[in-house]
Design a protein around this ligand. Structure first.
Ligand code: HEC
Length: 147
């Protein structure tokens, strides 16, 4: 059962084109399954290189603190905008209140073009054009799932 879910989610991650709708097909998946799907869907080592583009604003790993953007530990599979003491934009707070989760699909949509996912987001980042870069950086984020 779990394997099927994993394979499906992995395939979804690979098939990402940036035209995803927000209603995740992964809805109902628990956090551990989302993390597994993220790890299966990309190459975390390659994602670490992609993450260089994020470092201007984000920290991740032990002792990571909020900077311009929130610390990104344990972000995959968590409810959107849950990092303590970070002042999110209204649009992100609305996502939080709706209970929306950072599934692989939502992360993919977000990283394709943040402004299309949350209008007036404070994340002034154009986005990652290549689906492969997105899948890889999502896999990298997933390696910090239990920190
Ligand atoms: C110019 C600064 C900047 C860059 C570069 C940037 N971010 Fe962000 N990021 C932010 C800010 C600010 C927010 C909060 C957005 C809001 O409140 O609207 C955010 C939010 C996020 C969130 C949601 C966090 C949560 O708590 O729900 C994720 C995930 C994320 N960024 C990932 C990335 C990744 C991955 C990259 C690199 C590919 C990246 N960001 C590049 C500034 C940045």
């Amino acid at each position: 059962m779990k394997l099927t879910t994993l394979a499906m989610a992995g395939a979804l991650a690979l098939a990402s084109t940036g035209t995803f709708t927000v209603t995740a097909s992964a809805e109902g998946m628990d956090q551990a399954s989302i993390v597994e799907a993220a790890l299966a869907g990309g190459d975390a080592a390659a994602g670490e290189k992609v993450f260089k583009k994020c470092k201007a604003c984000h920290m991740i790993g032990e002792g990571a603190k909020n900077r311009t953007g929130p610390a990104l530990n344990n972000i995959v599979g968590s409810v959107i905008a849950s990092v303590e003491k970070f002042k999110y934009s209204k649009g992100m707070v609305a996502r939080h209140e709706a209970g929306d989760v950072w599934t692989v699909e939502n992360l993919d949509a977000w990283l394709t073009k943040p402004k299309n996912f949350v209008a007036k987001t404070k994340m002034s980042f154009a986005g990652l054009r290549k689906a492969e870069d997105r899948a890889n950086v999502i896999a990298y984020l997933a390696t910090f799932a239990d920190k």
